[in-house]
Design a protein around this ligand. Sequence first.
Ligand code: SF4
Length: 173
Amino acid sequence: MKKYDGYVALALEKGVDDALIVDTAKVFTAPWVRMKCKFGCAGYGKRLCCPPHTPDHMETRAVLDSYKQALLCHKHWKKDYKVVGGFNDTIVDLETAVFLDGYYKALGLGSGPCSLCKTCDTSGTCRNPERARPAMEACGIDVFQTARAHDLPIRVVRSHGEDRNIYGIVLIE
Ligand code: SF4
């Protein structure tokens, strides 16, 4: 059994469809990612876990480079926003499990805008700092390239009603 296999098993137990240990060098960042948030997303600036409140791709690259390995998780999203909230909760639970095992740098990033509160006062501080985490894409991670580099499914969806694939990651050490 490899060092972090227990976290893969735990993630699968918690309902993700795929979980694998990846090198952080193969978690890709790009300058265009947050531009897609800024121009094209109605949620831009409305949540503290969304840009411009989140780190840009350069800061995120530096953060990723301060780790060697991470747990990458995938879930098939079936037209139900509760799936996203549940998935992001799972990422925070996994981060907590990793942290409590002594990996003190453990840090989770989820998918999509934070939905923990009905409204988000972006002039203040987060009301749920223990559970709120930004999405991978909100930090400038190219989720498409990262998923494809690991042979995981992802594709452009053509309408809001289509099923899609969501991703989260827990940086370990
Ligand atoms: S937990 Fe609430 S306050 Fe914090 S980012 Fe999410 S919506 Fe905003």
